[in-house]
Ligand binder design. Structure first.
Ligand code: HEC
Length: 200
């Protein structure tokens, strides 16, 4: 009886040693860590989008969409930079149809955006759409997260819809001569928030 227990314990010890060695060798990441990083990403997206939307709505109220373009142009990258610095991550926005070419997706982001479109076509609501995974970047692990940005009627269509006011169109054309981010409808996926967290 005792012998059996001892042998069982021995086996268990051995398997723990093997499991630990396996994790060290392969660098496996625990499900708990992945979930924690996803939750932290969701919180950062909430912070980023909250600040952006607040500034956008305020600017539209005071000067109309035309003057809010400048806010988007200057504030969006600035807020992204601030949140990135705070966290030590890369936090940005991207899209398959870009307004600002500096927001261009990399290969992984483009593939995720395409998956989001396929999920939407299959009937999923973009409001809750997200995707994350641990990636290997030249021997360094990173946690990557994306969350879809749905197009709301207000205020988005004033600057991303098919019909924008002539003065808005003019101001956009001046800043973004290659603007592809027009012609959207309510409920479309405008793009996504994208986060890269370096891992130890
Ligand atoms: C006042 C005009 C205006 C409104 C309203 C507006 N945007 Fe934009 N949007 C812009 C401008 C200008 C940029 C380019 C920002 C930059 O230079 O990084 C942009 C860029 C973006 C991007 C980054 C990808 C890209 O195409 O460069 C996303 C995503 C986006 N907008 C989503 C939205 C959503 C969602 C809404 C509604 C909540 C919205 N926008 C409302 C003007 C606007």
């Amino acid at each position: 009886m005792c012998l059996v227990i001892a042998a069982g314990k021995q086996r268990m010890k051995k398997s723990i040693v093997w499991a630990t060695a396996f994790i060290v060798m392969t660098g496996a990441v625990s499900a708990g860590e992945v979930e924690d990083r996803a939750a932290a990403s969701r919180a950062a997206v909430k912070q980023f989008s909250g600040v952006l939307k607040g500034q956008l709505v305020d600017a539209i109220k005071t000067g109309g969409p035309q003057s809010a373009i400048e806010v988007c142009n200057l504030t969006a990258p600035q807020v992204a930079e601030e949140v990135s610095m705070q966290k030590g991550w890369r936090v940005a926005r991207t899209s398959l149809k870009l307004r600002n070419p500096t927001n261009a997706p990399d290969a992984w982001e483009k593939a995720v955006l395409e998956k989001f479109e396929a999920r939407k076509a299959a009937g999923e609501n973009p409001a809750k759409m997200e995707f994350f995974e641990v990636m290997d970047n030249g021997g360094k692990k990173e946690f990557r997260y994306m969350k879809a940005i749905p197009t709301a009627e207000k205020p988005c269509l004033a600057c991303h819809g098919a019909k924008v006011k002539p003065e808005v169109g003019k101001a956009l054309a001046k800043l973004y001569p290659n603007d592809k981010a027009r012609g959207y409808n309510k409920g479309d996926i405008r793009g996504a928030f994208t986060i890269t967290q370096p891992m130890k």
